[in-house]
Design a protein around this ligand. Sequence first.
Ligand code: PGA
Length: 255
Amino acid sequence: MKRKKIIAGNWKMNKNFEDGLSLCSEIVNMVADEVRGEVEVVLIPPFVHIHAVSQLLKAKPHMATGAQNCHQAVSGAYTGEISAALLASAGTQYVIIGHSERRQYFGETEAILFEKLQAVLAQGMKPIYCVGELKEEREAGKHFEVIGRQLTDALKALTAEQMQQTVVAYEPVWAIGTGLTASPDQAQEVHVFIRKILSDLFGADIAQNTTIQYGGSVNPANASELFAKPDIDGGLVGGASLKSRDFVEIVKAMR
Ligand code: PGA
């Protein structure tokens, strides 16, 4: 069984236009000989960079452009928002849906996230659906319950075909931007659990073929150990994706 491995760099609200394009070019030059086979490298800059980044990545095999969010409506009077259709027209191939920062600061619920997933899939793009527990939830031993609910509520109404286009990212909130990483065993345990939920919802084949990334303080020092786990199919990288050298080291760790 060959699941696609994906290393994605989520730049969040960082890098002005010029610096973002430099970062993209550096990564393209450094990564060229490193990606092959089933590995895909996805750069996820702020909206304003997307078209330019997608142009730089156009002819690069195994590289793709992503967005950090989108609005659920197709078009209309939603001042300041960006639809999935707009993203697709600018060259976007992946869209992060349900990042914990969106859930926490922008009140995104599973009901909204389901609509966003539909919007992304309807445009032929692939969602990266994020799940993960808060520190208090892990300490209270509620992480499986929380992650199970986040998965089931947002994904259960997808069709099997839609699920085949969807990537899942496990990002424990306590590990994001904190320098604390889930241990490889902790991450593997949750990834197995996620695959079990997907199997219950969509069947074993789809569950086995779904790419499940780990995110939360992934860096060049811990990436190899995390990626060596059988159910960890790549990383969603924040801070370390802003430095070309670190990001490329992480890409190299995915073998
Ligand atoms: P981090 O962010 O790598 O800086 O912890 C990961 C993410 O939020 O996707």
